[in-house]
Ligand binder design. Structure first.
Ligand code: FDA
Length: 463
Protein backbone atom coordinates (compact mmCIF):
# COMPACT_ATOMS: atom_id res chain seq x y z
CA UNK A 1 0.00 0.00 0.00
CA UNK A 2 1.16 3.52 -0.67
CA UNK A 3 -0.27 7.03 -0.25
CA UNK A 4 0.71 10.57 -1.19
CA UNK A 5 0.73 13.56 1.16
CA UNK A 6 2.53 16.91 1.25
CA UNK A 7 4.33 16.31 4.53
CA UNK A 8 4.92 13.20 6.63
CA UNK A 9 5.46 13.97 10.31
CA UNK A 10 7.08 11.23 12.36
CA UNK A 11 6.08 11.33 16.05
CA UNK A 12 2.80 12.35 17.72
CA UNK A 13 4.40 14.16 20.63
CA UNK A 14 3.80 17.86 21.18
CA UNK A 15 6.42 18.86 18.57
CA UNK A 16 4.96 16.72 15.79
CA UNK A 17 1.34 17.59 16.54
CA UNK A 18 2.08 21.32 16.78
CA UNK A 19 3.77 21.21 13.37
CA UNK A 20 0.93 19.11 11.92
CA UNK A 21 -1.71 21.53 13.20
CA UNK A 22 0.07 24.57 11.77
CA UNK A 23 0.68 22.93 8.40
CA UNK A 24 -2.93 21.72 8.18
CA UNK A 25 -4.19 25.22 8.98
CA UNK A 26 -1.98 26.52 6.14
CA UNK A 27 -3.64 24.11 3.71
CA UNK A 28 -1.13 21.28 3.53
CA UNK A 29 -2.06 17.62 3.54
CA UNK A 30 -0.14 15.88 6.32
CA UNK A 31 0.02 12.54 8.04
CA UNK A 32 1.45 11.98 11.52
CA UNK A 33 2.94 8.51 12.04
CA UNK A 34 3.32 7.47 15.67
CA UNK A 35 5.13 4.35 16.86
CA UNK A 36 3.20 3.95 20.11
CA UNK A 37 -0.41 2.91 20.53
CA UNK A 38 -1.09 6.25 22.20
CA UNK A 39 -0.67 9.97 21.52
CA UNK A 40 1.59 12.36 23.43
CA UNK A 41 5.08 10.84 23.70
CA UNK A 42 6.60 12.14 26.94
CA UNK A 43 3.22 13.50 28.06
CA UNK A 44 1.08 10.78 29.57
CA UNK A 45 -1.77 11.27 32.04
CA UNK A 46 -3.11 7.97 33.31
CA UNK A 47 -5.10 6.56 36.22
CA UNK A 48 -3.12 4.01 38.19
CA UNK A 49 -4.61 2.23 41.25
CA UNK A 50 -7.44 4.76 41.25
CA UNK A 51 -5.22 7.86 41.19
CA UNK A 52 -4.88 10.16 38.16
CA UNK A 53 -1.15 10.60 37.64
CA UNK A 54 1.06 12.71 35.42
CA UNK A 55 3.47 9.97 34.38
CA UNK A 56 5.48 12.38 32.21
CA UNK A 57 5.65 16.17 31.98
CA UNK A 58 3.25 18.24 34.05
CA UNK A 59 4.49 21.64 35.24
CA UNK A 60 4.09 25.03 33.61
CA UNK A 61 6.12 28.11 34.55
CA UNK A 62 5.00 31.71 33.95
CA UNK A 63 7.63 32.38 31.26
CA UNK A 64 6.44 29.48 29.07
CA UNK A 65 4.40 31.71 26.79
CA UNK A 66 4.12 29.24 23.89
CA UNK A 67 2.62 26.62 26.19
CA UNK A 68 0.35 29.13 27.92
CA UNK A 69 -0.95 30.36 24.53
CA UNK A 70 -1.63 26.75 23.54
CA UNK A 71 -3.51 26.03 26.78
CA UNK A 72 -5.64 29.15 26.21
CA UNK A 73 -6.33 28.15 22.62
CA UNK A 74 -7.39 24.64 23.70
CA UNK A 75 -9.51 25.97 26.59
CA UNK A 76 -7.52 24.09 29.23
CA UNK A 77 -7.53 25.38 32.81
CA UNK A 78 -4.65 25.32 35.25
CA UNK A 79 -4.25 25.17 39.02
CA UNK A 80 -1.45 26.17 41.32
CA UNK A 81 0.92 23.76 43.09
CA UNK A 82 0.22 23.68 46.87
CA UNK A 83 2.93 25.73 48.55
CA UNK A 84 1.62 26.90 51.94
CA UNK A 85 3.89 26.20 54.90
CA UNK A 86 7.51 25.29 55.49
CA UNK A 87 9.85 23.42 53.15
CA UNK A 88 12.31 20.71 54.23
CA UNK A 89 16.04 20.51 53.54
CA UNK A 90 18.44 17.77 54.60
CA UNK A 91 22.01 19.08 54.80
CA UNK A 92 25.41 17.57 54.30
CA UNK A 93 25.46 16.87 58.04
CA UNK A 94 22.41 14.64 57.55
CA UNK A 95 20.23 16.90 59.70
CA UNK A 96 16.66 17.63 58.57
CA UNK A 97 15.68 21.30 58.88
CA UNK A 98 12.54 23.19 57.88
CA UNK A 99 12.57 26.67 56.41
CA UNK A 100 10.32 29.38 54.96
CA UNK A 101 11.04 31.45 51.87
CA UNK A 102 13.74 30.71 49.33
CA UNK A 103 16.94 30.83 51.45
CA UNK A 104 17.42 27.27 52.66
CA UNK A 105 19.03 26.45 56.03
CA UNK A 106 22.77 26.18 55.44
CA UNK A 107 25.73 27.94 57.02
CA UNK A 108 26.12 31.65 56.33
CA UNK A 109 29.16 30.91 54.21
CA UNK A 110 27.34 28.30 52.09
CA UNK A 111 24.38 30.62 51.66
CA UNK A 112 26.65 33.46 50.51
CA UNK A 113 28.41 31.13 48.06
CA UNK A 114 25.11 29.87 46.64
CA UNK A 115 23.95 33.48 46.21
CA UNK A 116 27.24 34.49 44.58
CA UNK A 117 27.21 31.56 42.16
CA UNK A 118 23.60 32.28 41.31
CA UNK A 119 24.66 35.76 40.19
CA UNK A 120 27.57 34.34 38.16
CA UNK A 121 25.29 31.84 36.41
CA UNK A 122 22.61 34.47 35.80
CA UNK A 123 25.23 36.70 34.17
CA UNK A 124 26.44 33.87 31.95
CA UNK A 125 22.88 32.93 31.01
CA UNK A 126 22.15 36.55 30.08
CA UNK A 127 25.00 36.42 27.54
CA UNK A 128 23.53 33.37 25.78
CA UNK A 129 20.89 33.06 23.08
CA UNK A 130 19.60 29.60 24.05
CA UNK A 131 18.77 28.86 20.42
CA UNK A 132 22.44 29.30 19.51
CA UNK A 133 24.38 28.58 22.74
CA UNK A 134 27.59 27.91 20.78
CA UNK A 135 27.75 31.60 19.82
CA UNK A 136 28.11 33.00 23.36
CA UNK A 137 31.48 34.51 24.35
CA UNK A 138 33.75 31.80 25.79
CA UNK A 139 31.41 29.00 24.64
CA UNK A 140 34.19 26.62 23.52
CA UNK A 141 36.02 26.88 26.83
CA UNK A 142 32.86 26.37 28.89
CA UNK A 143 31.93 23.38 26.73
CA UNK A 144 35.29 21.65 27.28
CA UNK A 145 34.89 21.66 31.05
CA UNK A 146 32.49 19.54 33.08
CA UNK A 147 30.03 21.47 35.23
CA UNK A 148 31.49 19.70 38.28
CA UNK A 149 35.01 20.95 37.39
CA UNK A 150 33.67 24.45 36.74
CA UNK A 151 31.98 24.47 40.16
CA UNK A 152 35.23 23.34 41.81
CA UNK A 153 36.97 26.32 40.21
CA UNK A 154 34.30 28.69 41.46
CA UNK A 155 34.03 27.78 45.15
CA UNK A 156 35.69 25.72 47.86
CA UNK A 157 32.34 25.14 49.57
CA UNK A 158 31.15 21.57 48.99
CA UNK A 159 27.57 22.10 50.08
CA UNK A 160 27.20 25.13 47.79
CA UNK A 161 28.60 23.06 44.90
CA UNK A 162 26.31 20.12 45.68
CA UNK A 163 23.23 22.32 45.68
CA UNK A 164 24.06 24.24 42.51
CA UNK A 165 24.87 20.91 40.82
CA UNK A 166 21.50 19.55 41.97
CA UNK A 167 19.46 22.36 40.38
CA UNK A 168 20.91 21.64 36.95
CA UNK A 169 22.15 18.05 37.17
CA UNK A 170 19.74 15.87 39.16
CA UNK A 171 16.76 18.20 38.75
CA UNK A 172 17.02 19.12 35.05
CA UNK A 173 19.50 17.30 32.80
CA UNK A 174 19.21 14.21 35.07
CA UNK A 175 22.92 13.49 34.65
CA UNK A 176 25.73 13.82 37.19
CA UNK A 177 27.52 17.20 37.01
CA UNK A 178 30.72 15.51 35.78
CA UNK A 179 28.89 14.21 32.69
CA UNK A 180 27.84 17.47 31.05
CA UNK A 181 29.63 20.70 30.31
CA UNK A 182 29.44 24.06 32.02
CA UNK A 183 28.06 25.38 28.71
CA UNK A 184 25.19 22.86 28.86
CA UNK A 185 24.50 24.06 32.40
CA UNK A 186 24.32 27.67 31.18
CA UNK A 187 22.02 26.56 28.34
CA UNK A 188 19.66 24.95 30.84
CA UNK A 189 19.56 28.22 32.80
CA UNK A 190 19.25 30.47 29.72
CA UNK A 191 16.45 28.35 28.28
CA UNK A 192 14.43 28.96 31.47
CA UNK A 193 15.15 32.71 31.44
CA UNK A 194 17.84 32.60 34.15
CA UNK A 195 19.48 30.36 36.73
CA UNK A 196 17.45 32.15 39.42
CA UNK A 197 14.32 30.73 37.80
CA UNK A 198 15.63 27.16 38.11
CA UNK A 199 16.36 27.66 41.80
CA UNK A 200 12.86 29.01 42.47
CA UNK A 201 10.48 26.04 42.70
CA UNK A 202 7.52 28.43 42.95
CA UNK A 203 8.45 29.74 39.51
CA UNK A 204 9.64 26.68 37.64
CA UNK A 205 7.05 24.29 39.10
CA UNK A 206 4.23 26.80 39.22
CA UNK A 207 1.03 25.34 37.75
CA UNK A 208 -0.54 22.18 36.37
CA UNK A 209 -3.36 21.52 33.93
CA UNK A 210 -6.68 20.38 35.39
CA UNK A 211 -7.20 16.87 34.07
CA UNK A 212 -3.61 16.52 32.91
CA UNK A 213 -1.09 18.01 30.46
CA UNK A 214 -1.49 15.13 27.99
CA UNK A 215 -4.72 16.83 26.94
CA UNK A 216 -2.57 19.19 24.84
CA UNK A 217 -1.45 16.48 22.38
CA UNK A 218 -4.75 14.57 22.73
CA UNK A 219 -6.82 17.59 21.71
CA UNK A 220 -4.44 18.40 18.88
CA UNK A 221 -4.70 14.81 17.61
CA UNK A 222 -8.48 14.79 17.97
CA UNK A 223 -8.73 17.81 15.69
CA UNK A 224 -6.37 16.24 13.14
CA UNK A 225 -8.55 13.09 13.17
CA UNK A 226 -7.54 10.39 10.69
CA UNK A 227 -4.35 12.28 9.81
CA UNK A 228 -2.80 10.81 12.98
CA UNK A 229 -1.96 7.12 12.81
CA UNK A 230 -0.78 5.22 15.90
CA UNK A 231 1.02 1.86 16.05
CA UNK A 232 2.98 2.98 12.99
CA UNK A 233 6.71 2.94 13.78
CA UNK A 234 8.67 4.41 10.89
CA UNK A 235 11.45 2.01 9.93
CA UNK A 236 12.92 3.46 6.74
CA UNK A 237 13.10 6.70 4.77
CA UNK A 238 14.48 6.98 1.26
CA UNK A 239 14.90 10.45 -0.13
CA UNK A 240 16.27 12.67 -2.87
CA UNK A 241 15.95 16.35 -3.65
CA UNK A 242 12.39 15.88 -4.96
CA UNK A 243 10.95 14.23 -1.88
CA UNK A 244 10.88 11.14 0.31
CA UNK A 245 9.27 7.77 0.79
CA UNK A 246 8.57 6.91 4.41
CA UNK A 247 8.00 3.28 5.26
CA UNK A 248 6.29 2.01 8.40
CA UNK A 249 6.69 -1.38 10.05
CA UNK A 250 3.52 -2.63 8.30
CA UNK A 251 5.15 -1.94 4.93
CA UNK A 252 2.89 1.02 4.09
CA UNK A 253 4.76 3.63 2.05
CA UNK A 254 4.01 7.34 2.30
CA UNK A 255 5.33 9.55 -0.53
CA UNK A 256 5.81 13.18 0.42
CA UNK A 257 7.61 16.35 -0.61
CA UNK A 258 8.89 16.85 2.91
CA UNK A 259 9.34 14.90 6.15
CA UNK A 260 9.50 16.27 9.68
CA UNK A 261 11.19 13.90 12.11
CA UNK A 262 9.69 15.06 15.41
CA UNK A 263 11.49 12.51 17.57
CA UNK A 264 14.30 12.87 20.13
CA UNK A 265 17.74 12.97 18.41
CA UNK A 266 18.66 9.62 19.97
CA UNK A 267 15.86 7.84 18.07
CA UNK A 268 16.79 9.13 14.62
CA UNK A 269 19.31 6.32 14.11
CA UNK A 270 16.60 3.67 14.59
CA UNK A 271 15.42 4.60 11.10
CA UNK A 272 17.24 3.23 8.02
CA UNK A 273 17.96 6.12 5.66
CA UNK A 274 18.68 5.73 2.00
CA UNK A 275 21.03 7.36 1.22
CA UNK A 276 22.52 7.28 4.69
CA UNK A 277 22.56 10.56 6.60
CA UNK A 278 25.86 12.45 6.20
CA UNK A 279 28.53 11.15 8.63
CA UNK A 280 28.58 14.34 10.69
CA UNK A 281 24.84 13.98 11.29
CA UNK A 282 25.29 10.42 12.57
CA UNK A 283 28.15 11.57 14.79
CA UNK A 284 26.22 14.54 16.16
CA UNK A 285 23.42 12.35 17.41
CA UNK A 286 25.79 9.85 18.99
CA UNK A 287 27.07 12.62 21.23
CA UNK A 288 23.64 13.27 22.66
CA UNK A 289 21.99 11.03 25.24
CA UNK A 290 19.02 10.87 27.54
CA UNK A 291 19.47 11.42 31.24
CA UNK A 292 17.77 9.08 33.65
CA UNK A 293 15.19 9.85 36.35
CA UNK A 294 12.56 7.79 38.14
CA UNK A 295 9.43 9.86 38.75
CA UNK A 296 7.66 8.64 41.89
CA UNK A 297 3.95 9.02 42.65
CA UNK A 298 2.98 8.30 46.25
CA UNK A 299 -0.59 8.75 47.46
CA UNK A 300 -1.79 8.88 51.09
CA UNK A 301 -5.31 8.98 52.62
CA UNK A 302 -4.80 12.71 53.29
CA UNK A 303 -2.10 15.30 52.55
CA UNK A 304 -0.86 14.76 56.14
CA UNK A 305 2.19 17.00 55.74
CA UNK A 306 -0.09 20.03 55.38
CA UNK A 307 -1.46 19.44 58.91
CA UNK A 308 2.15 19.45 60.11
CA UNK A 309 2.64 22.91 58.55
CA UNK A 310 4.66 21.62 55.60
CA UNK A 311 4.23 22.66 51.98
CA UNK A 312 5.41 19.26 50.77
CA UNK A 313 8.46 20.82 49.11
CA UNK A 314 11.57 18.92 50.18
CA UNK A 315 15.04 18.58 48.70
CA UNK A 316 18.55 17.46 49.45
CA UNK A 317 21.61 16.58 47.37
CA UNK A 318 22.24 13.90 50.01
CA UNK A 319 18.94 12.00 49.81
CA UNK A 320 18.03 9.28 47.31
CA UNK A 321 14.87 11.23 46.54
CA UNK A 322 16.62 14.51 45.81
CA UNK A 323 13.40 16.54 45.50
CA UNK A 324 9.72 16.02 46.30
CA UNK A 325 6.55 18.14 46.14
CA UNK A 326 2.87 18.13 46.99
CA UNK A 327 1.29 16.88 43.77
CA UNK A 328 -2.26 16.45 45.00
CA UNK A 329 -4.84 16.68 42.20
CA UNK A 330 -7.10 19.74 42.43
CA UNK A 331 -10.18 17.50 42.69
CA UNK A 332 -8.86 14.87 45.14
CA UNK A 333 -9.14 14.66 48.97
CA UNK A 334 -6.23 12.26 49.11
CA UNK A 335 -2.70 13.61 49.25
CA UNK A 336 -0.15 12.80 46.54
CA UNK A 337 3.56 13.46 46.68
CA UNK A 338 5.74 13.43 43.61
CA UNK A 339 9.41 12.64 44.09
CA UNK A 340 12.42 12.14 41.83
CA UNK A 341 15.42 9.82 41.89
CA UNK A 342 17.96 10.91 39.33
CA UNK A 343 21.22 10.02 37.56
CA UNK A 344 23.55 7.77 39.61
CA UNK A 345 20.97 7.29 42.38
CA UNK A 346 18.57 6.03 39.71
CA UNK A 347 21.25 3.61 38.44
CA UNK A 348 21.63 2.23 41.95
CA UNK A 349 17.91 1.94 42.59
CA UNK A 350 17.32 0.11 39.34
CA UNK A 351 19.70 -2.60 40.53
CA UNK A 352 17.30 -3.36 43.42
CA UNK A 353 14.14 -5.46 43.41
CA UNK A 354 10.86 -3.49 43.23
CA UNK A 355 10.24 -4.10 46.97
CA UNK A 356 13.74 -2.95 47.91
CA UNK A 357 13.36 0.11 45.70
CA UNK A 358 10.06 1.05 47.27
CA UNK A 359 11.49 0.62 50.79
CA UNK A 360 14.46 2.82 49.88
CA UNK A 361 12.22 5.56 48.45
CA UNK A 362 9.82 5.49 51.41
CA UNK A 363 12.75 5.69 53.85
CA UNK A 364 13.90 8.85 52.09
CA UNK A 365 10.39 10.33 52.20
CA UNK A 366 10.17 9.43 55.91
CA UNK A 367 13.29 11.54 56.49
CA UNK A 368 11.53 14.49 54.89
CA UNK A 369 7.93 14.08 56.15
CA UNK A 370 8.05 11.74 59.16
CA UNK A 371 6.87 8.16 59.78
CA UNK A 372 3.45 8.64 58.12
CA UNK A 373 5.23 8.74 54.79
CA UNK A 374 6.10 5.03 55.14
CA UNK A 375 2.50 3.83 54.69
CA UNK A 376 1.07 5.07 51.36
CA UNK A 377 -2.22 4.01 49.81
CA UNK A 378 -0.65 3.81 46.38
CA UNK A 379 2.91 3.85 45.04
CA UNK A 380 3.94 4.06 41.41
CA UNK A 381 7.19 4.64 39.53
CA UNK A 382 7.34 6.20 36.06
CA UNK A 383 10.24 4.41 34.43
CA UNK A 384 10.78 6.13 31.09
CA UNK A 385 14.14 4.47 30.63
CA UNK A 386 12.19 1.26 29.99
CA UNK A 387 9.98 2.84 27.30
CA UNK A 388 11.12 1.70 23.86
CA UNK A 389 10.15 4.96 22.12
CA UNK A 390 11.81 7.28 24.64
CA UNK A 391 14.46 5.33 26.61
CA UNK A 392 15.26 7.94 29.25
CA UNK A 393 13.97 11.12 30.90
CA UNK A 394 13.40 13.95 30.91
CA UNK A 395 15.23 14.69 27.67
CA UNK A 396 18.54 14.47 25.82
CA UNK A 397 21.63 16.63 26.19
CA UNK A 398 25.15 16.63 24.84
CA UNK A 399 28.22 15.01 26.36
CA UNK A 400 31.11 17.36 27.20
CA UNK A 401 32.23 19.27 24.10
CA UNK A 402 29.28 18.15 21.99
CA UNK A 403 27.24 21.32 22.13
CA UNK A 404 29.80 23.53 20.38
CA UNK A 405 31.03 20.74 18.11
CA UNK A 406 27.67 19.43 16.91
CA UNK A 407 24.81 21.47 18.40
CA UNK A 408 24.10 23.53 15.28
CA UNK A 409 23.94 20.34 13.19
CA UNK A 410 20.85 18.98 14.92
CA UNK A 411 18.47 21.47 13.33
CA UNK A 412 20.01 21.24 9.83
CA UNK A 413 17.61 19.79 7.25
CA UNK A 414 19.00 16.98 5.12
CA UNK A 415 17.40 17.06 1.67
CA UNK A 416 13.64 17.00 2.23
CA UNK A 417 13.93 15.93 5.91
CA UNK A 418 13.86 18.35 8.84
CA UNK A 419 14.45 17.42 12.45
CA UNK A 420 13.25 18.70 15.81
CA UNK A 421 11.92 18.03 19.30
CA UNK A 422 12.00 19.79 22.65
CA UNK A 423 15.61 18.53 22.87
CA UNK A 424 16.78 21.05 20.27
CA UNK A 425 14.73 24.00 21.50
CA UNK A 426 16.21 27.30 22.68
CA UNK A 427 13.68 28.81 25.07
CA UNK A 428 11.87 25.89 26.70
CA UNK A 429 14.74 23.46 25.97
CA UNK A 430 13.72 20.00 27.24
CA UNK A 431 10.21 21.27 28.06
CA UNK A 432 6.76 21.21 26.48
CA UNK A 433 7.05 24.94 25.82
CA UNK A 434 10.19 24.21 23.75
CA UNK A 435 8.41 21.39 21.88
CA UNK A 436 5.69 23.84 20.84
CA UNK A 437 8.26 26.44 19.74
CA UNK A 438 10.17 23.85 17.67
CA UNK A 439 6.96 22.45 16.16
CA UNK A 440 5.91 25.96 15.09
CA UNK A 441 9.39 26.71 13.72
CA UNK A 442 9.52 23.52 11.63
CA UNK A 443 6.09 24.17 10.16
CA UNK A 444 6.82 27.83 9.48
CA UNK A 445 10.03 26.94 7.63
CA UNK A 446 8.05 24.74 5.23
CA UNK A 447 5.27 27.28 4.87
CA UNK A 448 7.84 30.00 4.09
CA UNK A 449 9.23 27.82 1.32
CA UNK A 450 5.74 27.75 -0.23
CA UNK A 451 6.16 24.06 -0.66
CA UNK A 452 4.41 22.71 -3.76
CA UNK A 453 1.50 20.46 -2.86
CA UNK A 454 0.97 16.96 -4.13
CA UNK A 455 -2.65 16.14 -3.47
CA UNK A 456 -5.83 17.24 -5.18
CA UNK A 457 -7.69 18.14 -2.02
CA UNK A 458 -5.15 20.71 -0.85
CA UNK A 459 -5.10 23.29 -3.56
CA UNK A 460 -5.27 26.25 -1.21
CA UNK A 461 -2.09 28.35 -1.25
CA UNK A 462 -0.23 28.53 2.05
CA UNK A 463 -0.35 31.83 3.90
P1 FDA B 1 8.25 13.21 22.47
O1 FDA B 1 9.31 12.27 22.89
O2 FDA B 1 7.18 13.53 23.45
O3 FDA B 1 7.57 12.74 21.14
C1 FDA B 1 8.24 11.99 20.15
C2 FDA B 1 7.25 10.95 19.60
O4 FDA B 1 7.88 10.28 18.53
C3 FDA B 1 6.88 9.89 20.62
O5 FDA B 1 5.48 9.80 20.71
C4 FDA B 1 7.50 8.61 20.06
O6 FDA B 1 6.74 7.47 20.36
C5 FDA B 1 7.51 8.91 18.59
N1 FDA B 1 8.52 8.18 17.81
C6 FDA B 1 9.84 8.02 18.09
N2 FDA B 1 10.45 7.29 17.10
C7 FDA B 1 9.47 7.01 16.19
C8 FDA B 1 9.47 6.29 14.96
N3 FDA B 1 10.57 5.71 14.44
N4 FDA B 1 8.28 6.20 14.28
C9 FDA B 1 7.16 6.79 14.74
N5 FDA B 1 7.11 7.47 15.92
C10 FDA B 1 8.27 7.58 16.63
N6 FDA B 1 8.29 19.20 30.46
C11 FDA B 1 7.64 20.27 31.01
O7 FDA B 1 7.42 21.26 30.31
N7 FDA B 1 7.24 20.25 32.32
C12 FDA B 1 7.46 19.16 33.13
O8 FDA B 1 7.06 19.13 34.30
C13 FDA B 1 8.15 18.06 32.56
N8 FDA B 1 8.41 16.94 33.32
C14 FDA B 1 8.78 15.77 32.71
C15 FDA B 1 8.76 14.58 33.43
C16 FDA B 1 9.06 13.37 32.80
C17 FDA B 1 9.07 12.10 33.60
C18 FDA B 1 9.37 13.37 31.41
C19 FDA B 1 9.69 12.09 30.70
C20 FDA B 1 9.40 14.56 30.69
C21 FDA B 1 9.10 15.76 31.33
N9 FDA B 1 9.08 16.97 30.63
C22 FDA B 1 8.51 18.09 31.20
C23 FDA B 1 9.60 17.05 29.25
C24 FDA B 1 8.47 17.05 28.19
O9 FDA B 1 7.57 16.02 28.47
C25 FDA B 1 9.11 16.87 26.82
O10 FDA B 1 10.08 17.87 26.62
C26 FDA B 1 8.11 16.97 25.66
O11 FDA B 1 6.91 16.28 25.94
C27 FDA B 1 8.76 16.41 24.40
O12 FDA B 1 7.89 16.47 23.29
P2 FDA B 1 8.41 16.05 21.85
O13 FDA B 1 7.24 16.00 20.95
O14 FDA B 1 9.56 16.91 21.45
O15 FDA B 1 9.03 14.57 22.03
Amino acid sequence: MSSNVDVVIVGAGVTGLTAATRLTEAGYDVVVLEARDRIGGRLWTDTVDGVRLELGGQWISPDQSALIETLDELGLQTFSRYREGASVYVGRDGVRRTFDGSAFPVSEYTEAEVDRLTVVLDELAAQMDPLNPWDMPGAAELDRMSFAAWLREQTDDQEARDNIALYIGAAMLTKPAHAFSALSAVLMAASAGSFSHLVDADFILDRRVKGGLQQVPLLRAEKLGSKVITCAPVTAISYDSAGATVRTVSGHEWHAKRVILAVPPTLVSRIAFSPNLPPVQMQARQHQSFGIVIKLHITYPTPFWREAGLSGTAFSPYQVVHEAYDNTNHDDNRGTLVGFVSDENADRLLELTPDERRACVLASLTTYYGEQAREPLAYYESRWMAEEWTAGAYATSFAIGGLTRYGARLREPIGPISFGSSDVAGLGFQHVDGAIRVGRMLADELIAERLGQTTEITTQAPA
